[in-house]
Design a protein around this ligand. Structure first.
Ligand code: GDP
Ligand code: MN
Length: 379
């Protein structure tokens, strides 16, 4: 789960990381009143993506009127393709220098990794690899003071800034570990009058740890339908084309999307019912997909423990239950595949045992529908 910047800042502040004073606002008047209280401010779009600065999502305002105007422009707009429904208004800092400090879980090292750079801010992507300091952290011992000091030294920091950086890194690591974070990033970590302040914060918490992170706010990351389908335990992602995809397992799902793209098709969304899914949950998934209004639904199922003929029967039942005329193209492979394909074909459905044939049929159906094959498309 990704948290908004203002949430991440409030959390790291509890661990002793200095952050600018600020407040979240959902209306221009609120932004104005924060500015009245704090003086010149930065108005920052709260979206669950980085790179807001370059996308115009970070704006300066010197007066309450300006703050209201900036907030009015951002609220209701999109930044990095995401709708802005709240802004964070915080005191404007006079930044002397921008550093980078982050922690992430390194899967191959199987450890948390401290990542730091003496040059941070919006240009972090362009910093050459050799200028980035990486320090693995022991899960048992946590980040040690001597490690943090050594990182500061490698960044070229001396004296007070070096001490301040080491304290900051220790505080951040405590937050990272205690909050079950996957990523905690302060970029820029700003130098203001010789002291370090987190001018931006990004925090992603491990979904599998949310059960024990009851104190954390819950953030809705997807569209309402994505959230609804995910709450059923299915992975569902909207993409934007016209072919709905259902498959069972991450590998077969990604392969299906690749084959469709390869053949010139445009997936509209995908729903992965998971490797061990029973026929009933596949039927449920199919109903959901049909309601998203695609030109065609492509179903690609490997039937092992769940037999293909059971899947075929569930599909037929689901289709009947929804009463849809959205074309279905079904690929079934595995146990009892011949019987399953015969069953679907005798019901008049396009059924195949090969993924490529099915994908071709789905693309052809989508194109045909687009060219008026299904008549005037109401969408
Ligand atoms: P991001 O682009 O989504 O990472 O958003 P940031 O919060 O990092 O803001 C982008 C850039 O705006 C930063 O790299 C800073 O250079 C600048 N910025 C953000 N807050 C302040 C501030 O309070 N004062 C000043 N002078 N610059 C800021
Ligand atoms: Mn940033």
């Amino acid at each position: 789960m990704k948290l908004y910047e203002y949430m991440a800042k409030e959390l790291v502040a509890r661990y002793g990381v200095p952050v600018p004073r600020g407040r979240m606002a959902t209306a221009p008047e609120e932004a104005a009143s924060v500015c009245r209280e704090l003086g010149p401010v930065v108005v920052k779009a709260q979206v669950l993506a980085g790179g807001r600065g370059r996308a115009g999502g970070v704006q300066f305002a010197a007066t309450p009127e300006e703050a209201a105007a900036r907030a009015a422009r951002l609220l209701g707009s999109q930044v990095r393709g995401l709708p802005v429904d709240r802004v964070y208004v915080e005191e404007r800092l006079t930044i002397e220098r921008e550093l980078y400090l982050g922690f992430a879980v390194d899967a191959s090292l199987r450890r948390p990794l401290l990542i730091a750079s003496a040059v941070g801010g919006m240009g972090i992507e362009e910093v050459p690899e050799r200028d980035i300091v990486r320090e693995p952290v022991s899960v048992s011992w946590g980040l040690q003071l001597h490690q943090a000091r050594e990182v500061a030294r490698r960044l070229g920091l001396r004296g007070e800034p070096a001490r301040s950086f080491a304290d900051m890194a220790l505080a951040c690591y405590r937050a990272f570990a205690e909050l079950d974070a996957e990523i905690l990033e302060l970029n820029p970590l700003a130098v203001v009058q010789g002291r370090l302040v987190a001018a931006d914060a990004r925090l992603t918490v491990d979904d599998d740890a949310l059960f024990r992170q009851e104190g954390l706010p819950r953030v809705r990351e997807g569209t309402p339908l994505e959230e609804e389908v995910r709450s059923l335990g299915l992975s569902y992602v909207e993409l934007g084309g016209d072919i709905a995809v259902m498959a069972n397992g991450a590998g077969i799902t990604m392969a299906t999307l690749d084959v469709l793209e390869h053949l010139g098709g445009r997936p509209m969304n995908f729903l992965d019912v998971g490797g061990g899914a029973a026929a009933e949950s596949m039927a449920r998934a199919l109903e959901i997909l049909v309601r998203t209004g695609p030109r065609v639904v492509l179903v690609n199922i490997f039937g092992g423990i769940t037999r293909c003929d059971d899947v075929a029967r569930a599909i037929l039942q689901a289709r009947e239950a929804v009463g849809t005329d959205v074309p279905l193209v079904i690929r079934l492979t595995g146990t009892n595949e011949e019987e399953a394909v015969a069953l679907l074909r005798s019901a008049g459905l396009a059924a195949y045992r090969s993924m490529e044939e099915a994908a071709r049929a789905a693309v052809a159906t989508a194109v045909g529908a687009g060219e008026g094959g299904r008549g005037a498309d109401p969408r």
